[in-house]
Design a protein around this ligand. Structure first.
Ligand SMILES: O=C(O)[C@H]1O[C@H](OP(=O)(O)OP(=O)(O)OC[C@H]2O[C@@H](n3ccc(=O)[nH]c3=O)[C@H](O)[C@@H]2O)[C@H](O)[C@@H](O)[C@H]1O
Length: 431
């Protein structure tokens, strides 16, 4: 027989994050000691029932998970959020909607009149309060974000039964290249199991949506042919993160082949910008420079600088929207395909790699502060020496054309960072 804990896990799966949620067992024991008398117990029970009832009805308005699947208010919110307000508008399920790229894409879709429903598990890989802030921003644009996990199949099938999504923009994933050595199972949970769970729901949906999803520049791994083209080797990943993204490309191909799902995989190149990810170098360096703390700059073989094809968020958003607009239809119904469906892969990069020390000097300039730099050898936990995108395919088929260089993009990021965290340029914080 399965234990209560196992049954709980099945009902409310979640991505393992860095912060562990404390269990309520200790609280239960205290409760018993404090409220031994029957009449006090009765009054407390009444109070708790009222409290729980108000909590549940409040939750059905602000967020949800499979716990609230039976609420009609929740159903209505999904339907309203999914409905486009322009003629011929799309209806898009955005996974990872409270994430960096997810929140920016959701807002852009809403702005042009498309219907958007978000899904996010708000895990604690990085500060969930930033994810909640993004959710609040989406909510102001009438975008409802469901608080749930990709692996919750019951929740996914409920979402597809409520809204005939024309597209899924699948951006929910365990990100970060180096964290994979610390928590490998979180990558399998989100990027493999979560992806399959989503594709199962999509292939069973009627109508079947077209799926556009985030692969990664990291699939090029140890490829040293530059710039990276979609036809280059991707069979030598350097991290488990990269391996799960490469596996995702193979998995999505299978669903395209068997079920006729229209698939577009986007290989993002080190995306940065306002409301970005605190785990990424440009973000954590900014925090450290402001706090007067040292930053560690990795170097490759023979002390060579590492370089990335840093790509600004607005360019990535345009690439994602163009992918949604040009995705051909899925061809399956009832688990069978009626003909071949599109399977596409595009690089979305900036085409001009910049070294990490140059990134740091741009930050120093915009922050008006000097960084304390520690130069160390690349630790060999998943990094690659450089990335460089060839974007001709995306230019030809999506009309993709990045317009923001690192200097301009970081200026916008620093402006946002200082205002969001309430710091002043040129002045150190005491974080
Ligand atoms: O394009 C991708 O597919 C990936 O892009 C991003 O990975 P990366 O390119 O590794 O970005 P990021 O961590 O910002 O490190 C940037 C540079 O700073 C160097 N770096 C980093 C940390 C540090 O302390 N010191 C340092 O020198 C580091 O060695 C590197 O050279 C996403 O995080 C990832 O989720 C995925 O989407």
């Amino acid at each position: 027989m399965r234990s209560v804990k196992e049954q709980e896990e099945e009902l409310f799966p979640s991505t393992p994050g860095k912060v562990k949620i404390e269990r309520a067992h200790g609280i239960n024991r205290q409760f018993h000691r404090c409220f031994a008398s029957t009449s006090t117990m009765f009054l407390w029970a009444l109070f708790l029932i009222t409290l729980t009832a108000s909590y549940l009805s409040f939750q059905s308005f602000v967020s949800t998970s499979s716990r609230f699947l039976s609420s009609s208010a929740w159903d209505r919110q999904i339907r309203e959020s999914a409905a486009p307000v322009r003629s011929q508008g799309l209806s898009v399920l955005v996974t990872g909607a409270a994430g960096f790229v997810g929140s920016h894409c959701s807002l852009a879709l809403r702005k042009r009149g498309d219907g958007v429903v978000g899904l996010d598990n708000f895990n604690s890989y990085y500060d969930p309060s930033l994810k909640r802030a993004r959710q609040a921003l989406l909510s102001r644009s009438s975008i409802f974000v469901v608080d749930g996990d990709l692996n919750d199949r019951r929740l996914l099938s409920k979402l597809f039964s409520l809204a005939p999504f024309s597209h899924v923009l699948h951006l929910g994933a365990q990100a970060g290249v180096r964290y994979a050595v610390e928590n490998p199972s979180s990558y399998v949970h989100s990027n493999i199991a979560g992806l399959v769970s989503l594709l199962e729901a999509a292939r069973s949906a009627d109508p079947q949506p077209a799926v556009i999803w985030a692969s990664s520049s990291s699939v090029y791994g140890l490829n040293d042919k530059s710039p990276f083209s979609e036809s280059d080797r991707t069979d030598r990943p350097a991290s488990l993160y990269a391996a799960t993204k490469k596996a995702g490309e193979a998995i999505t191909h299978t669903y395209n082949h068997i079920y006729g799902l229209s698939i577009t995989g986007l290989r993002f190149f080190t995306v940065y910008g306002p409301m970005g990810r605190p785990d990424m170098a440009y973000f954590s360096f900014t925090k450290a420079i402001l706090a007067g703390k040292p930053i560690t700059i990795y170097r490759g073989k023979n002390r060579a600088d590492l370089a990335r094809d840093f790509t600004y968020i607005d360019d990535i958003v345009r690439g994602c929207l163009a992918s949604l607009d040009t995705a051909g239809e899925s061809t399956g119904t009832g688990g069978k395909k009626s003909g071949p469906a599109p399977y596409r892969i595009f690089n979305l990069g900036n085409t001009s790699p910049v070294t990490v020390p140059t990134l740091v000097s741009i930050l120093e300039k915009h922050l008006r502060l000097k960084a304390k730099k520690k130069l160390v050898e690349m630790p060999g936990n998943g990094d690659v020496p450089f990335t460089h995108a060839n974007i001709s395919l995306a230019m030809a088929e999506l009309g993709y054309k990045p317009t923001t260089n690192l200097e301009t993009g970081l200026k916008k990021f620093v402006k946002w960072y200082l205002s969001y965290y309430g710091h002043s340029r040129g002045r150190k914080t005491n974080l």
